[in-house]
Design a protein around this ligand. Structure first.
Ligand SMILES: C[S@@+](CC[C@H](N)C(=O)[O-])C[C@H]1O[C@@H](n2cnc3c(N)ncnc32)[C@H](O)[C@@H]1O
Length: 180
């Protein structure tokens, strides 16, 4: 991992995020922190061993960080998730968790099938505040068409609100959508 992504002496959990993707996640977290209401949380759906969660934990400042994973994937390990004040670990399917707080950054990287991503969007995306963002992993590729399809479905269902969302940056399979 490169120096500008992480200092050499920091343990980095294994996962699928590349250096370029982690860099974009970090940059987005910083931009969102500057733009979104200070009481709004960072939320990650799909933590696995905590690779991307580590970036969110470092960049959240004093915001709450919610880490949600049902540990259904072989190798998922809660022991290596970031810990700290206002980091809340939730071990259950994200679609079954009741979440009603404002969200500054929503990172969606769990089940990539269209019906489940739709459920996660309908449940969490309405809570994303102005200035906030949704970060998708595995967006737009042939391997996981469900992620992009679910996003497009959700945007169509809330067509009157679609003008409030803008695709901004992308790197690798990461797509950032900002609420404007
Ligand atoms: C691709 S991995 C996440 C990778 C992680 N973001 C990283 O940086 O390494 C997907 C994770 O989503 C979890 N998962 C799958 N379906 C889920 C669901 N419905 N609700 C919550 N977590 C789920 C799996 O247990 C797995 O740990």
């Amino acid at each position: 991992m490169n120096d500008d992504t992480q200092p050499n002496d920091v343990y980095v959990p294994t996962g699928w995020y590349t250096d370029d993707e982690l860099r974009l996640l970090r940059q987005t977290a910083r931009e969102v922190h500057a733009a979104a209401h200070k009481r709004a949380s960072f939320v990650e759906v799909g933590v696995f061993r905590g690779r991307s969660a580590m970036i969110l934990a470092q960049e959240r400042q004093d915001r709450d960080l919610w880490l949600i994973d049902d540990c259904s994937m072989e190798g998922a390990c809660q022991m290596t998730w970031p810990r700290g004040r206002n980091i809340i670990q939730v071990c259950k399917p994200a679609e079954e968790f009741i979440f009603c707080k404002p969200i500054a950054l929503l990172h969606l990287d769990a089940d990539h099938t269209e019906p489940v991503v739709r459920e996660h969007l309908f449940k969490y995306a309405p809570h994303v505040v102005v200035g906030g963002a949704i970060v998708f992993h595995d967006f737009g590729g042939q391997e996981y068409p469900g992620v992009k399809a679910a996003w497009e479905y959700w945007l169509n269902q809330v067509a009157s609100r679609s003008r409030h969302w803008q695709k901004t940056a992308a790197a690798g399979s990461v797509q950032v959508v900002r609420r404007v």
